[in-house]
Write a new protein. Structure first.
Length: 301
């Protein structure tokens, strides 16, 4: 098959439009259309259903798109490995993690990474969905459980727990609960138990909800929970690492906490020698060491 025609077909299938594909490829709509038509004639089949709203792949088109998608990912991998043969750290690094960890822990520390590697381009993808690293949906993942996918290098970073926090101003106005039963007279801020989150956090919230809590605010990520707490709305269920960047928060009812949640860093075996991945991994591990040291110093006080 003609590689150039396959490349143009892939762009059209991905965009769902001749015009959008042409814009991406710097080609006119008529040139893109000719290439697709030529590929259809070569294969003696129809690859797209054409209608007013755009293009939809036929069954044969779906088969070809699966093949070109796999080819595209393999080419991306090869390109990344070629770039990473250099000693310098530069180029794009796609990092995926949860919204909570990404916004509350990772993003505030990234300036230190850019100070070391100013030519690095980090694409931070924050979502609860576990992306497929072997299929190159991302280069590196930080997840709240050990990855189950094969052919991944994984490193356990730390253990975290979900705890209860409030601001001094809130507690001064509404009082500090000392027993879990006293949570009933306060507003609880937490993730909705139906939202994607770590099981330990969900279990803690479900346990708290067995009490007759008068008012709640549920949010679908920990960043939203933190904003509610910082604005004195109530007592929030948050990861214990927030105390490093928000030292004024007060731990409430210390006996109430979730089970341990492991935090893992993972990346594909094929990126073992990647300079960008190595730089990011070392950066995260150094920050974890600093976090643990600060935690130990606090515990001594």
């Amino acid at each position: 098959m003609d590689w150039d025609k396959l490349r143009i077909f892939h762009a059209v299938a991905d965009a769902g439009s001749l015009t959008h594909a042409g814009d991406k490829l710097n080609l006119s709509q008529s040139a893109v259309s000719r290439q697709v038509r030529g590929l259809e004639e070569m294969l003696n089949t129809t690859l797209f259903h054409r209608h007013a709203r755009g293009l939809i792949l036929t069954e044969q088109g779906e088969l070809l798109f699966d093949a070109t998608s796999a080819m595209s990912k393999r080419l991306d991998t090869a390109s990344a490995r070629i770039r990473d043969s250099e000693e310098e750290v530069f180029g794009e690094l796609r990092v995926t993690t949860t919204t909570g960890f990404g916004t509350l822990w990772l993003a505030p520390r990234l300036p230190k990474l850019y100070e070391q590697y100013p030519d690095l381009k980090v694409d931070l993808m924050l979502e609860e969905r576990v992306l497929d690293l072997p299929m190159r949906e991302a280069d590196v993942a930080i997840r709240m459980k050990e990855p189950s996918q094969a052919d991944l290098i994984r490193k356990k970073l730390m253990m975290i727990r979900m705890c209860l926090f409030a601001t001094p101003d809130y507690l001064a106005e509404y009082g500090t609960p000392n027993e879990i039963e006293e949570i009933e007279s306060h507003r609880l801020i937490c993730q909705n138990t139906n939202s994607d989150q770590v099981g330990a956090g969900r279990n803690l919230v479900q346990h708290l909800m067995t009490y007759d809590i008068r008012s709640t605010l549920t949010v679908n990520n920990y960043f939203g929970v933190l904003q509610g707490v910082l604005n004195n709305l109530g007592i929030g269920v948050l990861p214990d690492y927030v105390t490093e960047d928000f030292p004024d928060l007060v731990r409430v009812i210390p006996d109430v906490e979730s089970a341990d949640v492991p935090v893992f860093l993972a990346y594909p075996e094929e990126l073992r020698h990647s300079q960008r991945v190595a730089a990011f991994k070392d950066f995260v591990q150094e920050e974890i060491i600093a976090y643990r040291k600060q935690l130990r110093e606090k515990q001594k006080i």
